[in-house]
Design a protein around this ligand. Structure first.
Ligand SMILES: Cc1cc2nc3c(=O)[nH]c(=O)nc-3n(C[C@H](O)[C@H](O)[C@H](O)COP(=O)(O)OP(=O)(O)OC[C@H]3O[C@@H](n4cnc5c(N)ncnc54)[C@H](O)[C@@H]3O)c2cc1C
Length: 377
């Protein structure tokens, strides 16, 4: 199968790499990816060792079909590349009984008949003693959830695309994208290029591209902390679910994919705003450290409550925390994919498929109304 078109993906990070992979499978004859860095780099959306995959989605039931498709595509990428990317260790959502997040998760479970277990405090503590629930809390186990390996995933997608004929321009920054009636002119640090269609997926660097200035995007820093486990075997990815805890102290907690450290990401602490993804402050400050230590001491007693490693990364946000996929007024022949608001990784292969549909056919069979750029115009 071949498709006689020239298409460029600007930003081969998370969603861009998946789009490149999907387009390469469709046999696009002249396919290019541009990135300021290289696939799997540690500044944007794919840094930090692990990402949560879950299907019963507190962010909205409209995501469930996209997530179910994503699971199939993660498996396809694994079988094509030979990489081990997704471990379905289960996902334990913990919170006060009746918390709105838990109610939304249960709504998804009922609407789509998703595999799950409802656990009382006693049942959950018996099964997962290293992840204890407090008085008045319940847990929902999403059996389709698990842990993704983000750097490996992005590298696998980019490599598969190259194997299928795509050209990757690493360490090549794009300065401008100028569409006209026939196509798009792209200016990069390598020179000037001409394409039939361009996909813009610059993640937390979106605000630096003039072409995206009409979108209400912001950039935030997300800091994650790794702790040594007193009993690392209890946190092994084969037996320990990912955890999402809601309530006054909210965080996510990951299995020990390296066999010894457990990653914790605090949700109940404001994420610092950044002027630019290049301005990540890798020192979280004392208040942030105190808050994450309190979370660990209160809810994860099997971890030594002093981080052995800290990592900070950037992501791009929209005002309603839903991403943006589609075309913008005055930007013909350009598909935009950005603003994934700290929950885009698990969905990335589906977003890549959607973007590939839009770039090659001008439409997609996926329901993505909630991601339409038109909601901001
Ligand atoms: C610490 C952290 C934890 C997260 N946890 C989860 C999770 O558990 N589950 C989940 O689903 N999601 C999670 N997310 C969210 C998810 O990772 C992001 O939403 C997603 O990775 C964003 O992908 P992206 O393609 O938009 O951006 P990126 O992956 O950052 O890709 C953008 C790429 O564009 C390149 N670029 C930018 N501008 C240019 C230019 N002008 N020229 C050339 N190249 C350019 C950049 O170098 C970069 O490689 C998390 C995010 C962070 C930061």
């Amino acid at each position: 199968m071949s498709l006689d078109r020239s298409i460029a993906v600007i930003g081969t990070g998370t969603v861009g790499a998946m789009a490149l992979w999907q387009l390469s499978q469709r046999g696009v004859t002249d396919l290019h990816g541009f990135d300021t860095y290289a696939p799997g780099h540690d500044r944007g959306g794919c840094g930090g060792q692990t990402r949560i995959f879950r299907v019963a989605y507190k962010e909205g039931a409209e995501y469930v079909p996209l997530l179910q498709r994503a699971k199939d595509l993660w498996r396809s990428l694994e079988s094509e590349s030979g990489a081990d990317l997704l471990t379905l260790s289960g996902g334990l959502s913990i919170g006060p009984h009746g918390h709105p997040d838990l109610e939304q998760i249960l709504h998804c479970i009922r609407e789509f008949d998703l595999p799950h277990e409802l656990l009382t405090r006693e049942e959950s503590n018996h099964r997962f003693p290293h992840l204890p629930l407090s008085e008045g809390e319940t847990a929902v186990l999403d059996k389709s959830a698990g842990v993704l390996r983000p750097e490996q995933a992005v590298i696998a997608a980019a490599e598969q695309a190259q194997r299928n004929g795509a050209q990757l321009h690493t360490y090549t920054s794009v300065d401008s994208v100028r569409p006209d009636a026939e196509g798009v002119t792209v200016h990069s640090s390598q020179g000037t290029h001409r394409f039939d269609h361009v996909i813009l997926a610059p993640g937390p660097w979106s605000r630096e591209l003039l072409e995206l200035s009409s979108l209400p995007l912001s950039v935030h820093q997300i800091t994650t902390f790794w702790f040594l486990a007193k009993n690392p075997e209890a946190f092994a990815k084969e037996v320990s679910p990912i955890v999402i805890r809601t309530g006054d102290i909210a965080f996510s907690c990951f299995p020990a994919v390296d066999g010894e450290t457990v990653k914790v990401s605090l949700h109940s602490f404001p994420r610092p705003h950044l002027d630019s993804a290049e301005k990540i402050d890798r020192n979280p400050g004392r208040r942030y450290l105190a808050a994450v230590r309190e979370a660990v001491e209160t809810h994860l007693p099997d971890l030594i409550p002093h981080p052995v490693r800290i990592g900070s990364y950037a992501d791009c946000f929209t005002p309603d925390n839903h991403g943006v996929i589609g075309s913008l007024p005055n930007l013909p022949h350009v598909t935009v994919a950005t603003g994934f608001s700290a929950h885009g990784f698990k969905l990335a292969p589906t977003f890549g498929e959607v973007v590939a549909d839009l770039a090659t056919a001008g439409e997609t069979g996926h329901s993505i109304e909630h991601l339409a750029p038109a909601r901001f115009f």
